[in-house]
Design a protein around this ligand. Structure first.
Ligand code: CA
Length: 223
């Protein structure tokens, strides 16, 4: 798998590149936004994008890549920059890592975002279901089983679980969930989404199955 590392700090990109190669990936490095846009090819399977670049705002790089490519993008941001993370996700990034991050976490995120295909068909017949932490999500029959028994979810609750289950291990931004479940961009559904997620957690009896990323969205534990 070929990964494009967009990072202007050469020591960081060299170290990352060495680690990823050791993990079996092929890497290409770009030290600027312009270089990233130039070397990104159809054989690039994931992009790790540092948001602090010398020539362009990383968010713009993200948006420009999204303009012509569906390649999975993971943005790297500083811990304090929650706004940047949100902007990155809005600009089409699939996930983010917070600097300084453990490269093993990065590898896990790369694997999670590349596991799924894009674009993702709604109610896809491709995967019949998914099992996470003893919970089976049956997409075709819109059923959720926990420890072998059915969980009584409302249709909206099931829709939320199904959206998250299509991206296991990946943060799904709130507005994307709202768009897919309620069919609108209206952020007034934020509170409603929170209430539904709380109810899903109670019904599944597994509070940690769905993680909250405050201000960003939700993530279903990886399968
Ligand atoms: Ca940088």
């Amino acid at each position: 798998m070929k990964i494009l590392i967009v990072e202007d700090d050469e020591r960081v990109s060299d170290a990352l590149s060495a680690f990823l190669r050791q993990a079996g990936y092929t890497t290409v490095c770009a030290a600027s936004g312009a270089a990233a846009l130039e070397v990104l090819g159809s054989d690039t399977e994931a992009v790790l994008l540092d948001l602090g670049l010398p020539d362009m705002d990383g968010i713009d790089v993200c948006r420009r890549i999204r303009g012509f490519s569906g390649v999975p993008i993971i943005v790297a941001t500083a811990r304090s920059h929650v706004e940047e993370r949100i902007k990155g996700l809005h600009a089409g990034a699939d996930d983010f890592v917070v600097k300084p991050y453990d490269v093993r976490e990065l590898v896990a995120r790369i694997e999670a975002v590349t596991r799924r295909t894009r674009p993702l068909p709604v109610d896809s017949g491709e995967a019949a279901g998914l099992t996470v932490d003893g919970v089976y999500i049956d997409f075709r029959n819109r059923l959720v089983l926990a420890d072998g028994g059915p969980v009584e979810l409302t249709p909206k609750e099931f829709d939320i679980v199904a959206v998250l289950a299509r991206y296991p291990g990946v943060v799904v931004p709130r507005d994307r969930i709202i768009r897919e479940v309620w069919g609108t961009d209206w952020s007034g559904f934020n509170r409603s989404l929170e209430v539904h997620v709380g109810s899903i957690r109670r019904k599944l009896g597994r509070p940690s199955l769905i993680a909250t990323l405050r201000g960003v969205g939700y993530r279903l534990a990886g399968a």
